[in-house]
Design a protein around this ligand. Structure first.
Ligand code: SAH
Ligand code: DHB
Ligand code: MG
Length: 222
């Protein structure tokens, strides 16, 4: 079974299950034209994030790692009236493109794109009215994953959902002696999920247009 086949199936699933979405198509085109890397979640993955946010009844969402705002828009579209999404991005250029894309999607009043290294921005969220967040999506620099998870725990409440992208990375996550700081960061994050009695979490391997990867999904219980 090849990566080509995974991509063909993703295209089929997208065409069959997801309504045509000219706004999202435009946003991806704008991101590509601006030279942003093509590493956003796939359409079926974006739809999964959207469904999870709806199942969660999320009113406030925190995202770490905005890029051009593609996952941001899938998530923000799940929010009810009065909902809020705060997303953190270290690259000024990415944040500018994301702001324009979020505006294009009509979500400018709901989404707050903040620019800076997430570890510098996260402490200020402790006193933000959007805290505690109902859902946190972690998808930035992978070496910092353990720190982002610790902050997500601080900024959530019992019942909140924490989702982490890219936890499998072609299977590299299982290499205990990997010299990749991203792999080690993700392993530490997963170890802290597994050893924290106050959370219930799992990770699911995925294939598709983005290759072989996975999501961790965690419910905070206390
Ligand atoms: N969530 C996006 C993809 C994010 S890609 C989507 O699926 O649509 C990862 C992003 O994290 C990149 O834009 C990168 O610039 C940003 N990033 C990397 N290091 C960061 C840091 N220290 N703080 C905040 N953002 C960071
Ligand atoms: C990369 C980052 C991501 O968040 C992703 O989903 C895929 C790739 C990367 O940095 O290469
Ligand atoms: Mg990702």
């Amino acid at each position: 079974m090849s990566a080509d086949r995974w991509a063909v199936v993703d295209a089929y699933l997208t065409d069959t299950l997801l309504p045509a979405d000219p706004v999202l198509d435009d946003i991806l085109a704008e991101s590509a034209a601006a030279g942003l890397p093509d590493i956003q979640v796939s359409a079926p993955q974006g739809a999964l994030l959207h469904l999870l946010a709806r199942l969660q009844g999320a009113r406030t969402i925190l995202e770490v790692g905005t890029l051009g705002g593609y996952s941001t828009i899938w998530l923000a579209r799940a929010l009810p009236d009065g909902g809020r999404l705060v997303t953190l991005e270290s690259e000024v250029r990415h944040a500018e493109v994301a702001r324009a894309n979020v505006d294009r999607a009509g979500l400018g009043d709901i989404v707050d794109v903040r620019v800076g290294p997430a570890m510098d921005l996260l402490p200020s969220l402790a006193t933000d009215p959007a805290t505690p967040f109902d859902l946190v999506f972690i998808d930035a620099d992978k070496p910092n994953n353990p720190h982002y998870f610790a902050w997500a725990r601080q900024l959530t409440r019992p019942g909140s959902l924490i989702i982490v992208d890219n936890v499998v990375r072609d299977g590299a996550v299982a290499d205990s002696d990997s010299d990749d700081a991203g792999v080690q960061g993700t392993r530490q994050l997963l170890a802290s999920i597994g050893s924290d009695p106050a959370v219930t979490g799992t990770a699911i391997q995925t294939v598709g247009v983005k290759g072989y990867d996975g999501f961790a999904i965690v419910v905070v219980s206390s």
